[in-house]
Design a protein around this ligand. Sequence first.
Ligand code: SAM
Ligand code: SF4
Ligand code: SF4
Length: 380
Amino acid sequence: MSERFIPLIDQRHASGAAIAPELQGAPMPALGRLRDALGRPLRDLRISVTDRCNFRCSYCMPKEVFDKNHLYLPQSSLLSFEEITRLARQFLAHGVRKIRLTGGEPLLRKNIEALVAQLAELRTVDGCAPDITLTTNGALLARKASALKDAGLQRVTVSLDGLDDAVFRSMNDVDFPVADVLRGIDAAQAAGLGPIKVNMVVKRGTNDHEILPMARHFRGSSIVLRFIEYMDVGATNGWRMDQVLPSADLLQRLRSELPLMALQASSPGETAQRWGYADAQGQFSPALGEIGVISSVTQAFCRDCNRARLSTDGKLYLCLFASQGHDLRSLLRAGADDDALASAIGHIWNARSDRYSELRSTQAPNDAGPRRVEMSHIGG
Ligand code: SAM
Ligand code: SF4
Ligand code: SF4
């Protein structure tokens, strides 16, 4: 394989996507010091292992679009575990420290624990084990938690949009009960997959009345509840700004009952702003725990964004809102050696200037831009 390469652009989820600029250049060995065009390092790799899901959350895979006629990727298009592991090794060599498995619903991928075991063997440039975590809707977690832990998974994030059964069943749109997700969380805790995070997407008028019940439920446990502003990802969820509850309003609601104090970010580029529960003396009380707020819509955090996303079919996306991905699977299947893969990843990241959320506020209200990739294709 020559060191000159032309990553292909994924048009599967794009409409009228622009022709990609040819990316060519000298070999770029992985030295762990990669920076993009805005000086941002590459630290976090999110790997989508399936584009299928057993839920139909209206904000992600609405039933009307993801129905029985929807074309999912054929098995041959999926990266194999060996292909994922080969690519992950090159990403780690470029500076990635954290790997998150996602989807679709990652626990639907057959034998996912075998992939976890392969990834757990890899090392970062500093010779450390990568931080391996997984985001799940929790439906299969009770069954899988201990096998995942044994395979080397460190933590899980579980999505749960409310405690009211009727609200949750309607949001997942497959009538899935809250109690089964809570059972999954308990199993993950018992297996040692902590500290567990719980993601709640807040949609104004749909589940914002669940904010306080959720906070009360998880306060005082070691579980970190994170509130996520409903985002305009993909092109199918019919997003409207008036359905977004700004994090500032959410915090106000929480603080009306539960005193909170701002906490330091635990790592640069962290998506969630951390808040700790305060005790009667107004001091942060670790025993009461903390929450996170992810203000992707109202407070852009692109400046520190160090996340790359690998889709189920091996496309590298540089932003959650990207309309195009760089086709690493073609390189892999054309016989690229590890140096060529590292070089390709290096050049792609080097040219990255994505900062969609920062630019969102300057867009005309009805200008959606080119059709964006679906969240279920690249994960959160
Ligand atoms: N199926 C798994 C799950 O739900 O946890 C993993 C994939 S899911 C795409 C990853 C995360 O993205 C979940 O926490 C989900 O709630 C969040 N998400 C999906 N669509 C979203 C949207 N429109 N706005 C904000 N968060 C969203
Ligand atoms: Fe499935 Fe997760 Fe999307 Fe819900 S958010 S539809 S559980 S992929
Ligand atoms: Fe990163 Fe794109 Fe989100 Fe900005 S909009 S924080 S660049 S994923």
